[in-house]
Design a protein around this ligand. Structure first.
Ligand SMILES: [Zn+2]
Length: 182
């Protein structure tokens, strides 16, 4: 089916439903403060330009936030209905170029949106940046747990300790029994 045959879906969605969808997805149990995670929040009016963007005030930390605060949807110029449809098209396995065609956007804009949406709706804390000398602890990778991850995890720990003790004993043996080896 040619792109032009498809209905312009974004034109059929209204902002009120899009904001309701985001609220439902983000806070199925009711709004929570993105700063202190308190559920003691009160509604505090709506956005100036986006009339359905609910604002809140946190009674615990006095912080103010709205439906989109702390999400990848905040601070973007695309209307929310475009962001709501994007994951739908991604689910249909459309390419970024096809999605751009459906939404009437630049391919590069859609690329940015799909990358952000794949990381999740709510923005994650920035990754830790490592500087200077970095030490990495010993890591055990256990493969093939065959549906018994708990048992393997336990055994993996014991194996790890056992092999470490064996290596230490072997090292001591080399040191004490054969001093001439150096
Ligand atoms: Zn708070």
């Amino acid at each position: 089916m040619a792109t032009s045959d498809l209905i312009n879906l974004s034109g059929l969605l209204d902002d009120a439903k899009c904001f309701a969808l985001v609220r439902q997805h983000r806070w199925p149990e009711g709004a929570r403060c993105p700063v202190c995670d308190s559920g003691a929040v009160i509604r505090d009016g709506h956005g100036d330009t986006q009339l359905y963007r609910q604002r809140y005030r946190c009674k615990a930390c006095a912080g103010r936030f709205d439906d989109l605060t702390g999400t990848v949807l905040a601070g973007h110029h695309q209307p929310l209905r475009v962001w709501v449809l994007c994951p739908y098209f991604m689910g249909l396995n459309l390419s970024n170029r096809q999605i751009a065609g459906e939404l009437g956007l630049d391919g590069s804009d859609v690329q940015t949106m799909t990358e952000q949406l794949r990381r999740g709706l709510v923005a994650k804390a920035p990754e830790v940046t490592l500087k200077g000398q970095v030490e990495i602890d010993e890591v055990y990778v256990v493969a093939g747990h065959k549906g018994q991850p708990a048992a393997v995890a336990k055994r993996g720990d014991l194996d790890g300790v056992a092999s470490w003790q064996a290596r230490r004993a072997a090292a001591r043996w080399r040191k004490t029994s054969h001093p001439s080896w150096g």
